[in-house]
Design a protein around this ligand. Structure first.
Ligand code: DC
Length: 218
């Protein structure tokens, strides 16, 4: 494949989007863009600067002075690598809250569209197939049951030594599903032309293979 193509992956929290997208990006030698990390970075900055999500003028001032970029697989917020700082349960919730603010979405969607214009990419998030890259060549909607997603996140957090009970993780997942699916602006939903993959009970390799088959037209 020589021409530029875009793969959009959407789905709820914990469906395995980033793990799958990273592997697919490697297999196809294209860039991976994690749009959730961008919302997390904004959430992190709002928290750090004590900005009230309801104070829209403070949010806009902060956005105007913010640079977000991906380089070599790292996410940069104002030239600082924030990969690990944004991967905490608190930042998951901050990201979910700040992703409901129209000015935040507007700024990030603009950056994301620019990234998807220059080269072949696989981009994951909640509104990629329905909004950011509406004309993406390939669209995949990844899902799994809430319990399975909570189980995966719980194991991930345990490995990192984070102290959260399974029930709390499941509650978090349900709360974020609710936020993501019911927000007014570009809520999470399957694009009409997306292929749905339910990964409950599937191994990572099987899901990666299924996505590669779709892209290769097999
Ligand atoms: O994929 P993630 O868990 O890192 O995403 C963090 C939050 O950002 C999630 O609750 C929803 C939001 N998000 C969004 O609204 N739109 C996107 N394209 C990506 C993420």
């Amino acid at each position: 494949m020589n021409e530029i193509y875009r793969i959009a992956i959407d789905g709820p929290s914990g469906a395995g989007k980033s793990t799958i997208a990273k592997s697919v990006a490697r297999a196809l030698d294209i860039d991976y863009i994690d749009t959730g990390a961008m919302y997390r970075a904004i959430g992190y900055k709002m928290k750090k600067e004590g900005i009230d999500p309801e104070d829209l003028s403070a949010v806009q001032t902060m956005l105007d002075a913010t640079r977000i970029d991906f380089r070599g697989g790292d996410i940069y917020l104002d030239e600082q690598v924030v990969n690990d700082l944004i991967r905490t349960p608190e930042m998951s919730m901050m990201a979910s809250v700040c992703s409901q603010i129209p000015a935040v979405r507007q700024k990030l969607v603009e950056i994301q569209r620019g990234m998807g214009m220059r080269k072949s990419v696989i981009m994951d998030g909640r509104d990629i197939g329905t909004n950011v890259l509406k004309d993406a060549e390939y669209k995949i909607y990844l899902t799994a049951s809430a319990e399975e997603r909570a189980r995966r996140r719980f194991l991930e957090l345990q490995e990192k030594g984070e102290d959260q009970s399974f029930e709390d993780v499941l509650e978090d997942i349900r709360q974020r599903d609710h936020n993501d699916m019911t927000r007014q602006l570009n809520p999470l939903r399957k694009a009409e032309d997306a292929v749905e993959l339910d990964t409950t009970g599937m191994e990572i390799d099987q899901v990666v293979e299924a996505v590669l088959k779709i892209v290769r037209g097999e």
